[in-house]
Design a binder for this molecule. Structure first.
Ligand code: AVI
Length: 325
C-alpha cells in the first residue's frame, strides 16, 4: 500500500478532481465481484485495498500528515535515528526488496546508511507509480541496480533474475501495512517473505497497541480526512461500477476493538435504504454497516511470535521513546 511524505501540502481532493486512469478489465471485474460478494454477506464488507485509486492515495497521503495520525512520522524518526545500526546488522552489498513500494521515501533513509547496496527491487501492484518512482531512484542512486517488479506482493513472488547478491537479501515492509491483513493472511505473508528472502532478513514497521483514545483520534481526525478516505470506496463503486450509493447517507464509523487489538472502520447507513449494483438491489437497515478496514495493532511480543511462526529468528527491534511504533 502507501508511502507518503513526498506529498506534503496536497490540497483538498474533490470527488472528481483527480484524473483516474480507467481500470484494466481484470481489476474492474475483480472489484465488481468482491463488492457483490461483500454486499451479500451478513456483515457487509469490502477489502481496504479498494481505497487506493489516485484520489484515495492522495487522501491517504493527507492522513499521514494529520496531527492525530502519528505512525508515519514516528516510523520515519525511528528509521533516521537507527538506520546506521540497521545497516551494520545488514552488512555490505545488500539487496533490498520493498513490499508495496509506493513513493520510495522511507527506503532512502536505509539506502543512505547502507554500505554499497547492490540491488533495490521495489514491488507494487500499480505499475504506473512504480516505474515513475523507480526512475527517480535510479537518478538519485546511480550505482544501485533498481529493478521494479509489478506484482501482488501478497502472492508468491518470482524476483527479477540476476547474479545472486553478494550481501544479504533484506525485505523492507514499513508503514504497518501488515496491520491491514487478517492474522492468518499476515502469517501467510510473513512465510512468503521467509521463503523469498532466503536466509536474509526482514525489516518490518508495525504500529503498537496504545491508549484507546490515541487510537480513536488517529482514525477520527478533526478535519474529516479519514472519513473522506473511508467513503472513497463508495465514490469508486459509483464511478467505476455504476452503483448508486448516496454518500450523504453513509457515516464514517471507526472504533478500537480492544479484544481484537484492532481499529475497525465501517460506513454506517444513516437510514433504511436500497443500493443498486447492476441488476441487484441491496438493502441497508438504519445503523447497518459496510465493514471497510481492520487495522491491527501489535505488541513487541506478538510480533516476535508471529515472526517465529513464519520461520524467522526474531532480531533487534527499535522503538520510539513513547513506545508508539
Ligand atoms: C495503510 N494503513 C497502514 C493505514 C492504517 O493505519 O491502517 C490505513 C489507514 N486507514 C485509516 N487511516 C489510515
Amino acid at each position: 500500500m502507501k508511502d507518503n511524505l513526498a506529498y506534503a501540502g496536497v490540497q483538498d481532493v474533490a470527488e472528481t478532481d483527480v484524473e483516474q486512469a480507467p481500470l484494466p478489465a481484470v481489476a474492474h471485474a475483480e472489484f465488481l465481484l468482491d463488492l457483490r460478494h461483500g454486499l451479500a454477506r451478513q456483515q457487509k464488507s469490502i477489502s481496504p485495498k479498494y481505497f487506493y485509486d489516485a484520489r484515495g492515495s492522495g487522501l491517504f497521503d493527507r492522513i499521514c500528515l494529520l496531527p492525530e495520525y502519528s505512525p508515519t512520522r514516528t516510523e520515519l524518526t525511528i528509521l533516521q535515528r537507527h538506520a546506521r545500526e540497521m545497516a551494520l546488522h545488514i552488512g555490505p552489498k545488500a539487496e533490498i526488496i520493498e513490499f508495496g513500494a509506493g513513493s520510495m521515501q522511507k527506503v532512502r533513509v536505509l539506502l543512505d546508511a547502507l554500505d554499497h547496496p547492490q540491488r533495490y527491487v521495489p514491488i507494487d501492484i500499480s505499475g504506473e507509480h512504480l516505474h515513475a518512482s523507480a526512475e527517480k531512484m535510479r537518478q538519485a542512486y546511480p550505482q544501485l541496480q533498481v529493478e521494479p517488479l509489478i506484482a501482488d506482493y501478497t502472492q508468491d513472488l518470482v524476483l527479477p533474475p540476476d547474479v545472486p547478491p553478494e550481501g544479504r537479501r533484506v525485505g523492507f515492509f514499513p508503514g504497518s501495512t501488515l496491520g491491514n491483513f487478517e492474522p492468518l493472511d499476515a502469517l501467510r505473508f510473513m512465510r512468503m517473505c521467509a521463503r523469498t528472502l532466503q536466509g536474509g532478513a526482514l525489516i518490518l514497521g508495525a504500529d503498537l497497541v496504545k491508549h484507546p483514545d490515541t487510537l480513536h483520534a488517529a482514525y477520527n481526525d478533526s478535519q474529516g480526512v479519514t472519513a473522506e478516505f473511508n467513503r472513497n470506496v463508495l465514490v469508486r463503486a459509483n464511478l467505476e461500477l455504476g452503483a448508486d450509493f448516496k454518500l450523504e447517507h453513509f457515516a464514517h464509523s471507526a472504533f478500537y476493538n480492544a479484544p481484537y487489538q484492532r481499529i475497525e472502520m465501517h460506513l454506517m447507513s444513516t437510514c433504511r435504504q436500497t443500493v443498486h449494483l447492476g441488476a441487484t438491489a441491496y438493502t441497508f437497515a438504519q445503523g447497518e454497516t459496510l465493514h471497510t478496514e481492520n487495522s491491527y495493532k501489535f505488541t513487541a511480543d506478538g510480533l516476535r511470535q508471529l515472526a517465529q511462526r513464519a520461520g524467522f529468528a526474531p532480531g533487534q527491534h527499535w522503538c520510539d521513546p513513547n513506545k508508539q511504533f
